[in-house]
Ligand binder design. Structure first.
Ligand code: KG4
Ligand code: ZN
Length: 347
């Protein structure tokens, strides 16, 4: 079975062709990603209106390239899958409407996919595939979620962020430090020259039994540190940088902040691993590209699976990977009932 998958939930317009290869495995025949990072970098973050308009401009060429790279034409495609949520509503709508139109005109069945659930399924596109039930830590710009993935394609959310997502905290702190968007890679790079023990930023402790996360206090602590170094008082919500930090200050704050985020992610993943004894652990989402997170987690959980960076950040191959399993379980979506849902919680 071959699926053409579409992803447009945030600021990447992506299309991929994936083919089923084993019980849960999938083979990537093409994986095209058109990033809007350069467009949004000038605003210091994703501007939803601009994102939606950019998706409209490139989505058809991206799909055509995915088919071409895979050496396929429409006759070779068995189904069309698209992200239906969660994400930015304007962005989601472009992918959903394109997929619905193609399903009608090319006469293909349609599968609506949950973006966050799909992040964990990226692992089935690699040689290192987890066994069920497995624990997935999904850390992205919009979500920080610990879930248990079960063989029957259900997912139990066991921990979530109560405020900012981990990637969002990286992006906001980067802005505060005058680093480029997206903040994660910029902070990771700056942290290489910094002392992670220089500042003791707080890691939210939400109770012994909780597997939830909170990063807003950490962000505020970084702001206070910047204020105490520079004497500047921008107000807690004004992250406009009109002050100077030395490059060593930036490096030390970046390293200390990164250390705090990682210790929070590690603490809850370890706790969940002990409590649920899963058969595997998959770490995905953009923040899983972070080298320090990979190194630290593999020290304590050597069986953790980190998918390659191109499958961590948003891509359509992961949407196709989950859609292959949904197709096997006959979980198709009638064209008329597929709609975008910005806060989708169900599969
Ligand atoms: O999964 P993703 O591509 O998009 C969403 O679904 O949100 O994740 C993007 C997020 C951004 O917040 C970005 O700053 C973060 O992932 N990110 C990183 C790294 N690379 C990307 N965070 C930390 N370290 C990185 N190397
Ligand atoms: Zn994502």
């Amino acid at each position: 079975m071959k699926i053409l998958a579409i992803e447009s939930s945030c600021d990447e317009t992506a299309a991929a062709v994936v083919e089923s290869s084993s019980a849960f495995g999938g083979k990537i025949l093409s994986n095209v990603i058109s990033s809007q990072i350069e467009i949004h970098a000038q605003y210091g973050g994703v501007v939803p209106e601009v994102a939606a308009r950019s998706h409209i401009e490139v989505i058809i060429p991206v799909i055509e390239q995915a088919l071409g790279d895979a050496g396929c034409n429409w006759d070779d495609i068995d189904a069309i899958a698209t992200t239906k949520g969660p994400g930015l509503i304007g962005s989601l709508l472009i992918g959903v409407l394109t997929a619905k139109t193609l399903a009608e005109t090319k006469n293909k069945p349609l599968i609506g996919v949950n973006h966050i659930f799909a992040h964990g399924f990226a692992a089935f596109l690699t040689d290192n595939q987890p066994n069920f039930p497995f624990l997935a830590l999904t850390v992205s710009g919009g979500h920080t979620t610990l879930s248990l993935y079960k063989q029957d394609l259900s997912r139990e959310i066991i921990g979530e962020t109560l405020d900012d997502a981990a990637g969002e905290a990286f992006d906001k702190v980067a802005k505060l430090l005058g680093l480029t968007y997206p903040g994660g890679p910029a902070i990771g790079k700056a942290a290489e020259n910094g002392d992670p023990n220089k500042y003791k930023f707080p890691v939210a402790k939400l109770g012994h039994d909780s597997l939830d996360f909170s990063f807003s206090g950490l962000k505020t602590a970084v702001l206070r540190q910047v204020q105490s170094i520079t004497g500047f008082n921008p107000g807690s919500n004004d992250l406009k940088k009109t002050y100077e930090l030395s490059s060593q200050d930036v490096a030390d704050i970046a390293a200390s902040f990164q250390r705090a985020v990682i210790s929070s992610l590690l603490a809850n993943t370890l706790k969940a691993n002990l409590r649920f004894k899963p058969k595997g652990i998959v770490v995905g989402g953009g923040v899983a590209c972070n080298t320090e997170l990979r190194n630290e987690m593999l020290k304590v959980l050597p069986n953790a699976i980190f998918v390659p960076p191109v499958l961590c950040t948003d891509n359509a191959a992961m949407i196709g990977s989950l859609a292959l399993q949904m197709a096997k379980n006959d979980m198709y979506t009638p064209v008329a009932s597929l709609s975008a849902d910005s806060s989708l919680e169900t599969i």
